[in-house]
Ligand binder design. Structure first.
Ligand code: AMP
Length: 423
């Protein structure tokens, strides 16, 4: 069914049309009606499936229709808790775009920036607050937030919030919001811990599980290429040069590697930017702006910095290093093929990473398609590189650092296995 046939306010339909959203995605089809009715929802869905609009559309519609925004001084109506600032900004944008023609006010708060401007905006009156836990509690302690009349609580990327240790914050916030609220719980993955948390928050929820068998979106064509550690930069160079006009998102394991790969690309005339936890908020926002507008086509990211962020139009995801956590494979390749677009992803797997590849494949319950590279083609890629640095010292150092990191990882895995056995 098209959005035009949904029982939504004309102001919201107009925005959906302007955004080019004609038909709901799977998650939207299954969650919009229950949320409009006031039901709780427990949804397992990754970013890229259209899950933000799946809750933003009905929440905006409900607040708009209730004309609650005319009594903003009573406190906020909807609280959306998210793990990262990037996600907070991105979700707020979606609310603001879809709610553009309504009078519903959405605002977001996060740490790492001055709070005075945030307080001033909250005091002016808002309907929907999107926030990370840290800054939210600062504001609560300063009595700047009032949840007395809150109708809807949204927890997005709950699994990531648990990874980051926000479980206590979630439990604490629940004590501050009305009991008869509507709760919408979203997570990309599910395990016992998440299930227990979810069921302690929701009541008689509508359960939605999107593509449980294959967590990688159908829109993403993903494969693995066997490339030696030292040759990865040549393959990235070739890929970027062959796809000059495309937006490419490159994932690496550590901040140090992100900077190194960027330097290697610089040497061959490719402009790239990095985003990782070592950068301050201002830098990260500037990097995201330059990448989103297409000013720079190549972004090199670590997992933590990139989780959940939605960058429209990423055509290619490159796993320059395989991720340590198999779930992150799903999050990474999910950065492309968003909504109804198609996307491509490739993972460079070196000899040392074959064990990691196996772990990822068993998490996916299937083998990743192999991108065959003919020997001739492999040699040509290396030979044709514009990188003529023969700085063996640097290269050897790079290899040594990597091997050290791999050893640590393997030791960590052995410990985890032992722990499991003991249980
Ligand atoms: P999300 O999973 O919320 O991060 O959304 C992923 C992408 O899908 C975003 O770029 C949205 O703009 C896009 N999107 C969401 N819903 C639709 C829709 N119904 N039709 C087309 N694109 C959509």
């Amino acid at each position: 069914m098209k959005f035009s046939k949904y029982p939504l306010a004309p102001e919201i339909k107009q925005s959906l049309e302007r955004l080019g959203f004609k038909k709901p995605t799977d998650i939207q089809y299954r969650s919009i009606s229950p949320i409009l009715r006031g039901d709780d929802v427990l949804a397992i869905a990754q970013t890229g499936t259209g899950k933000t609009a799946a809750f933003a559309i009905p929440i905006l519609n409900n607040i708009h229709n209730a004309k609650e925004h005319q009594r903003r001084e009573d406190g906020i109506k909807c609280l959306v808790m998210v793990p990262t600032r990037e996600l907070a900004i991105q979700i707020t944008e979606v609310f603001q775009q879809i709610g553009r023609n309504t009078r519903v006010k959405t605002f977001c708060t996060f740490g790492g920036v001055e709070q005075d401007a945030q307080i001033a905006r909250i005091q002016k009156g808002i309907d929907i607050l999107v926030t990370t836990p840290g800054r939210m509690f600062d504001l609560i302690h300063q009595k700047q937030l009032n949840f007395r009349r809150l109708d809807t609580l949204v927890l997005d990327e709950a699994d990531h919030m648990l990874d980051l240790g926000f479980i206590k914050d979630i439990r604490d916030v629940v004590k501050l919001v009305p009991r008869n609220r509507q709760t919408l719980f979203f997570s990309a993955t599910i395990n016992e811990e998440i299930k227990t948390l979810a069921y302690s928050l929701v009541s008689k929820p509508v359960r939605i599980h999107i593509s449980p068998k294959d967590p990688v979106s159908k829109n993403v064509n993903h494969s693995v290429a066997f490339v030696e550690m030292d040759d990865k930069r040549f393959f990235l160079e070739r890929l970027v040069k062959e796809r000059e006009n495309e937006k490419i998102l490159v994932f690496v394991r550590t901040q140090v590697r992100a900077e190194r790969v960027m330097k290697a690309m610089e040497r061959v005339g490719i402009k790239a930017l990095t985003i990782h936890g070592g950068k301050d908020q201002k830098d990260r926002m500037e990097v995201m702006r330059a990448y989103k507008t297409g000013e720079v086509k190549v972004l090199i990211a670590t997992d933590v910095s990139a989780r959940g962020i939605d960058i429209p139009g990423v055509q290619y995801v490159v796993n320059y290093d395989l991720p340590d956590q198999p779930e992150n494979y799903v999050h990474r390749v999910g950065r492309t093929g968003r909504g109804r677009e198609k996307g491509l992803a490739v993972s460079f797997c070196s000899e040392q990473e074959k064990e990691t590849l196996e772990i990822i494949q068993s998490f996916l319950h299937k083998e990743i398609k192999v991108m065959e590279i003919e020997k001739q083609d492999y040699t040509a890629t290396v030979d044709f590189s514009e990188d003529h640095t023969n700085d063996w010292k640097t290269l050897m150092k790079e290899q040594a650092v990597y091997e050290e990191e791999m050893k640590e990882l393997q030791a960590k895995r052995r410990k985890q296995k032992l722990k499991k056995k003991k249980k």
